[in-house]
Design a protein. Structure first.
Length: 96
């Protein structure tokens, strides 16, 4: 009904899911990077204070960055770039 459409619109419902799927991966990466920066500001590091039970998404993202970095070093297909390495290094990211 129009009422339901209005209610969904009022909460920002996305009608075209393809628009969400087409969000550039770099935007998602930057969003997670910003979360990691805030985490470091609050907890003082990018290593031991990320606990899977409390922030599983950030924990998984950090683990994935380490895995992608290792692939990158080995010359394998990886989403890691020199720019991302520099950005993570700039906040004291621990690679192993």
């Amino acid at each position: 009904t129009q009422e339901r459409i209005g209610m969904l619109n009022s909460i920002g419902f996305v009608w075209d899911a393809s628009a969400v799927r087409s969000q550039p991966k770099n935007d998602v990466w930057m969003s997670k990077f910003e979360m990691l920066k805030k985490h470091k500001e609050q907890h003082g590091d990018c290593l031991n204070s990320i606990v899977p039970q409390y922030d599983p998404h950030l924990y998984n993202w950090v683990c994935n960055q380490r895995r992608q970095y290792n692939y990158f070093k080995l010359g394998k297909k990886s989403s890691m770039t020199h720019e991302r390495i520099d950005m993570l290094d700039s906040i004291g990211f621990v690679w192993d």
